[in-house]
Ligand binder design. Structure first.
Ligand code: AHR
Length: 495
């Protein structure tokens, strides 16, 4: 069936800026994310810069990666950073207890990570060990990365070949403290949080730090409530939130060979992000009406069963048009809540969960999710154009979801970008967008789509899904009519 939906863009001087950090990434020491992913070592035959694959570096620069979270995830609360510095061959090893029980040889450590971020032009976001670490280790890490010179850690850094500090701004204080970070209550963690946050600034640089409290999962509003209520504003810059689009933790379903029923359920789970973000923001509003503390969704994405024959602890999964829908809709949700959501990190960048890049030996492919990130770069740091509309429904066996997701922005150069997702697996939807007040003369379009929802790129067919030019729209004066084909992502840009 064909329906027509009217969408109004409402330019407003008060609208927030969409922080580019919403388009952030995440690389955990998990499976083939770092080792045999980003990092192949500097003796590898695969082209690399200081051991990091140059094809991955180029791909991430292309989508203007704004930040990278590391080293976990659950791994973070087991990580002893001091074992990852100094001569590689002398570094102690450890067991990666959460992810497959493999031996971590610490060959990729703080220098490797921070130099990679410099190379990428991305802000590092270190999520530090609280669960099994000490306040002293945390203080030392900050001193090691940020203190200019003369201090014990600055001297050690220099001995290890790096004179200038990296000035790391973003610090996560533990991860999932309700679970793998230590199975704590929020009341207990809040005190621990305050203890860590108190000592983080002892290098005299507390004004330069952005401290992110380990947040809730999904609809745990009590978690956010207690942090917001009990942590003084002088000790906190942001509260985290994690939400994965998982249809059932016991039976996550296949990453490629799924039915429409599973697809529908995945969409339903993904769209819950809107409700979660809204309600966590309401809690934050109550304690912080001045909007001084940010919401950081530092893990999100689709989570399925691993690919057959791969280590279940490595979380390696394929990435189809379903993932493009999740990415497109989720990023629109973040844009539309950018007054409070200032950062987000897809889980995860390379070879883990909803990856943007997959590798196999010397081969690398870009996933549909990657292409969505690429199409949305126009939103980075642009001013939000709030949207108002009633979505048509995508129905499946008596249940329904909003079929259309939209966000829009205008950047400093004056260009407008409108990103639209039609997640209906069967029907095209037509939208009419009112552009009054935007003074748009011409637009160009891009689309991501494929024949089947299950379609994906493979190492044999890496270009099956790619961004194409889109022309099925009409611009007449202030009215823009667009046809949105089933399960497609479209971005229209003024020029
Ligand atoms: O991203 C994979 C895992 O999911 C992370 O390590 C953890 O924080 C979350 O449970």
């Amino acid at each position: 069936g064909h329906t027509q939906t009217e969408i109004k863009l409402q330019p407003s001087d008060d609208a927030p800026k969409i922080s580019k950090h919403i388009y952030g990434h995440f690389a955990e020491h998990l499976g083939r994310s770092i080792y045999d992913g980003f990092y192949v070592g500097d003796t590898s035959a695969i082209p690399n810069k200081d051991g990091v694959r140059t094809d991955i570096i180029e791909a991430l620069k292309e989508i203007q990666i704004p930040n990278l979270r590391w080293p976990g995830g659950c791994f973070a609360d087991t990580y002893q950073w001091k074992n990852g510095i100094g001569p590689q061959e002398e570094r102690p090893t450890m067991v990666n207890a959460w992810w497959g029980g493999v031996t971590e040889d610490n060959s990729f450590g703080t220098h490797n990570f921070l130099n990679l971020c410099e190379e990428l032009g991305a802000e590092p976001f270190i999520s530090a060990n609280v669960g099994s670490g000490t306040v002293q280790d945390f203080m030392d890490w900050i001193q090691y990365t940020n203190h200019p010179k003369g201090s014990p850690m600055a001297k050690l850094r220099k001995e290890n070949g790096r004179e200038e500090p990296w000035n790391v701004k973003y610090w996560g204080i533990g991860n999932e403290m309700w679970g793998c970070g230590g199975n704590m209550t929020v009341e207990y963690y809040t005190n621990i949080y305050k203890q860590y946050a108190t000592f983080m600034g002892s290098g005299g640089n507390e004004d330069d730090l952005y401290r992110i409290a380990a947040g809730a999962t999904g609809d745990d509003y009590h978690w956010t409530e207690v942090l917001m209520r009990d942590v003084p504003k002088s000790l906190i810059e942001a509260v985290g939130l994690h939400h994965y689009a998982v249809i059932d933790w016991e039976e996550k379903g296949p990453s490629t060979d799924y039915t429409e029923e599973i697809y529908f359920k995945s969409m339903k789970e993904a769209l819950k992000m809107d409700e979660f973000v809204k309600k966590h923001i309401e809690v934050m509003e109550k304690h912080d009406p001045e909007n001084e503390i940010d919401l950081v969704v530092d893990e999100w994405g689709g989570w399925y069963e691993v690919e057959e024959g791969t280590n279940p602890g490595f979380l390696y999964q394929q990435n189809t048009m379903r993932d493009a829908m999740i990415a497109g809709a989720t990023l629109n949700i973040f844009n539309n809540h950018s007054d409070r959501v200032k950062m987000a990190n897809i889980a995860q960048t390379v070879n883990v969960l909803q990856a943007v890049v997959l590798t196999e030996g010397e081969k690398m492919i870009l996933t549909p999710t990657y292409h969505v990130f690429k199409m949305y770069t126009g939103h980075h740091d642009a001013q939000l154009l709030p949207v108002d509309f009633d979505s048509p429904e995508y129905s499946y066996e008596g249940e329904s979801l909003p079929a259309i997701s939209v966000s829009a922005s205008k950047n400093e150069a004056g260009n407008t970008h409108i990103s639209m997702v039609n997640l209906d697996a069967n029907n095209e939807h037509k939208v009419e967008i009112n552009l009054e007040g935007l003074d748009i003369k011409n637009m160009v379009g891009q689309i991501l789509r494929s024949e089947k929802i299950q379609d994906h790129n493979t190492f044999d067919e890496p270009e099956k899904i790619n961004i194409a030019e889109y022309k099925d729209f009409k611009l007449r004066k202030d009215k823009l009519e667009v046809n949105l084909p089933p399960f497609s992502v479209i971005v229209l840009s003024s020029k």
